[in-house]
Design a protein around this ligand. Structure first.
Ligand code: SF4
Length: 217
């Protein structure tokens, strides 16, 4: 489930030698055996308003250009929270006391595992809405979408009660390996604005790409 290449990239070690790759694989296997991402999500209708994207079922306004761009063709959006839970934080503290280099690897494996949990949630959402197309998921802090939306997503999904996730007054997620995200749902294939051309459903026909450009140029 953990993408070891992604974990190595988080570490800034994409060109890792076999020894480092093997160590990372071991830590990843351990992490997969011990921690399982859990997630919750809530779906809302979207109205495009002058002041931003209005998620009417949850009464949430997503202000700014970034959310507007991501949800431009969407008439529904999903609020998602995914976490590895507090057990991961305890394991990190133990590992930091025992072996700092392994702790660093566990940290990036945790990040990759929580992303894998989000991928799994996306697959479930896609299956629940056949014939609809998902946007890339994006999180508060992306572009001009304020980080202050993070605690609001947790409140609207009841994440504290259901997953034990909350956001501190300084806007940090607790437990540490927790993610809030937004995913749009549209009737047409969506450009992979964040993950890039390699993941884009439009890549074979895309004139932008043929011209050597991308969506965000
Ligand atoms: S440039 Fe084209 S292929 Fe690349 S992400 Fe945008 S729409 Fe997709």
């Amino acid at each position: 489930m953990i993408d070891v290449n992604e974990a190595l990239r988080y570490l800034g070690a994409s060109g890792a030698d076999d020894v480092l790759r093997e160590r990372m694989q071991q830590v990843a296997r351990d992490a997969e055996a011990r921690f399982r991402p859990r997630y919750i999500y809530r779906v809302s209708a979207v109205e495009h308003r002058g002041e931003g994207e209005w998620l009417s079922d949850v009464q949430l306004l997503l202000p700014g250009k970034s959310a507007g761009k991501m949800l431009a063709q969407c008439h529904r959006a999903v609020l998602l929270v995914c976490t590895l839970g507090s057990a991961f934080d305890s394991a990190m503290r133990m590992e930091q006391a025992r072996d700092m280099s392994r702790a660093v690897m566990l940290d990036v494996c945790g990040s990759a595992l929580v992303e894998a949990g989000c991928d799994q949630a996306q697959e479930e959402i896609a299956a629940r809405f056949p014939g609809m197309y998902l946007t890339d998921r994006f999180s508060p802090g992306y572009g001009d979408l304020p980080l202050e939306i993070q605690p609001v997503i947790c409140r609207l999904t009841d994440a504290q009660r259901r997953l034990g996730v909350h956001v501190t007054p300084s806007l940090l997620m607790n437990p540490q390996k927790s993610v809030t995200a937004i995913i749009g749902l549209a009737d047409e294939p969506q450009r992979a604005r964040i993950r890039g051309c390699a993941y884009c459903a439009l890549r074979e026909k895309c004139e932008l790409r043929k011209g050597g450009h991308s969506c965000d140029d």
